[in-house]
Design a protein around this ligand. Sequence first.
Ligand SMILES: [Zn+2]
Length: 337
Amino acid sequence: MVLGVDVGGTKVAVAAIDGVTPSHAVEHPTVTHSTEALLDGIETAVRGVIEAAGQPEAVGVGVPSQIEFATGTVEMSVNIPLTGVPLREELGSRFGVPVVVDNDANCAALAEAHILGEDELVMLTLGTGVGGGVVTGGMTFRGAQGLGAELGHFTLNPDGPPCPGSCPNRGCIEAYCSGQALERDATELAQDKPDSLLAQAIGDDGKVSGQELVEAAEQGHPDALLIFENFARMLGIAIAGYVNVFQPDRVAIGGGISRSSHLFLDRAVQEAAARALPPLWRRVTIALAQGGADAGVIGAGVLAAQEVGGHTPWPHATTTDKRRPASQACAAAERAE
Ligand SMILES: [Zn+2]
């Protein structure tokens, strides 16, 4: 048994994870006024689950931050006070069992792959920003130090709007397909058209919220529909690129904005179909993420289980024609020797 911990901007969720099944789940508000208080809050939540479920073999932790995976140190964390914190070491000494730390989008992708039994999967998490994760051979792709697979920061337009993330670039997918991008476009359109429905939706903060934009689009308001048309087109261009680069079996679309997928997903798939290389496109499935609200804790738990299991593929993975046998990498290594 392992524990999965999902540290979000507003809540810390912890559960015991057996395979992909969570139990003894608890949720505590995220304490963000200091690093020490945040770590104490995580410890309290974890100890609560340990009391109910027993001592775990390992603890996996997903955080909304950039992680140097090898050391479990947080490189950068915008919404919670963890920048520079050696999180794996800090939590490992508190719990006395191995702790593994990864980016929350990587955890969500790993959960999605594991729940569906997919070895090759790309996941885009459309929220305030755009997160991403790549699972290949059943394992998370991370790059050299674990900072890789920032799928939201791939350039779609070199002269596009400034990226709203802590990113120096312009025209990233996050500059088009994030909640912040939707609010920016809705607010600009409302300011340009003071007589429009969107203009009436400008709040006290001078902005049109994503929720107001969704409601306007659902009512068939042309300006709101145009914003989602642009959103869908850019998302489709991004999906086509990721299909061409990674050749996943599945591209999963998750995150809070995916709840409004009726406003963009079909159009995004149509755009991707017109752009992706046909032999790759024929073999891929584009679908909403199935992991649901528990994906974060499940992914963190799967990560912990993989770490204590010595990077072996998950137990329920079967060798079928489409799957690469887990032994292939070992065989190649033996031939090299
Ligand atoms: Zn960017």
